[in-house]
Design a protein around this ligand. Structure first.
Ligand code: WQD
Length: 341
């Protein structure tokens, strides 16, 4: 068993990162946040202080900057890293492939180099169900093959998993957890932190919450002619606080020196777009006007997680319901109609 106490959280000011920082503190860990604020707001630190009562060490900088990272590792005894930092907008990655490959791959390569120099051997990587590509069947399990992504963002996730896998092959003393998230939604029940995409949201839930607060007039449903019960796409929507809890369980797993491990983090249940709209209206009492439009290129009909391995080996099971997610997302957006600005 290795003792893990101090955890470096790259991208810890982001949506999933900030929720994970809260879970770490609640479970007795000491997080240190590194974030370049390219896709997050410094206000998140104030909100984390209100929620946790703690002053969390935060260092502004880019994980690709080796000198910056070396300084952090030299001035703190870091036991493990959770690596969230990276660009993550599917559409943007198609427009800016070089920035995505440079940023997402360089950050991981630099991090592994510095961890090795400093003798830090435990890391959790924020991966994604997107690595499976177009599912050949559902539910998707960790034994299913890695597919080909339909966009550079997804390809960087596949490539980063390969970097970790090849590294673990020669560095048997490294403990690496690849966590494949399905569709994170929801927010901390305080309503103080949540998903705050810049510009018009690409993802379904933040689009719905902006319709709910009147920032956007209506939702456009991308296709209702899929081979699913109501014709709209099915996804595995997992509450971000369940996702955060899953990271703490993965940290406990790394302390057992497992080497490289891979887990899906999902609920194991599929929810269609129409079902999510209705759940939101039921959970919040807010009507969500929508129109049906053509399919969005690249969307798959159905995608949800096989959860047995995470349940058996991590003791992970999503606890919050789709209604909890809708109510929590709504509370966040109602309290922060302009996000963190
Ligand atoms: C869900 C469903 C849309 C918006 C993406 C990334 C994936 C991961 C999670 C990072 C689809 C429909 C959406 C809208 C709609 N991100 N939709 N109207 O595409 O499953 O996954 O986010 O790892 O990599 O690809 O999530 O929320 O974009 O879409 O009808 O305005 O909602 O067609 O069926 P997706 P999503």
């Amino acid at each position: 068993m290795s003792e893990i106490k101090t955890v470096l959280v790259t991208g810890g000011m982001g949506y999933i990162g900030s929720h994970t920082v809260i879970a770490l503190i609640e479970q007795g860990y000491q997080p240190i946040i590194v974030d370049d604020l390219a896709n997050s707001s410094p206000e998140v630190l104030n909100r984390l202080k209100i929620i946790t009562g703690k002053d969390i060490p935060f260092f502004k900088g880019n994980v690709c900057d080796k000198a910056f990272l070396e300084k952090i590792f030299s001035s703190h005894k870091i036991d493990a890293v959770i690596h969230f930092a990276g660009f993550k907008a599917v559409g943007e990655s198609v427009e800016k492939p070089l920035e995505y490959y440079r940023n997402n791959l360089d950050s991981t390569l630099t991090l592994l180099e510095v961890m090795t120099e400093k003798g830090v051997k435990n890391i959790i990587f924020s991966s994604s169900a997107t690595v499976y590509g177009t599912p050949v069947h559902v539910p998707l399990t960790e034994e299913d093959p890695i597919g080909t992504a339909t966009n550079p963002y997804g390809t960087t996730k596949i490539m980063q998993e390969k970097i970790f896998t090849d590294y673990a092959f020669v560095h048997k003393d490294f403990n690496i957890a690849l966590l494949r998230y399905f569709n994170p939604i929801g927010a901390h029940p305080s309503g103080l932190i949540g998903e705050a995409p810049y510009g018009t949201p690409n993802n379904l839930m933040p689009y719905i919450t902006q319709v709910a607060v009147g920032k956007l007039p209506r939702l456009t449903v991308f296709g209702n002619d899929y081979p699913t019960p109501d014709g709209t796409c099915i996804r595995d929507y997992i509450h971000v606080c369940d996702l955060a809890d899953g990271h703490v369980l993965a940290l406990k797993k790394l302390a057992q020196n497992p080497g490289l491990v891979i887990y899906n983090l999902g609920t194991g249940k599929g929810t269609s777009v129409m079902e999510l709209i209705h759940a939101y209206e039921k959970a919040t009492g807010v009507k969500i006007p929508y129109v049906i439009a053509a399919r969005r290129p690249g969307d798959v009909a159905e995608n949800y997680a096989g959860t047995l391995k995470a349940e058996k080996e991590l003791g992970f099971k999503a606890k919050r319901t789709i209604f909890d997610s809708c109510a929590d997302s709504n509370r966040w957006q109602q309290k922060n109609p302009k996000g963190y600005n």
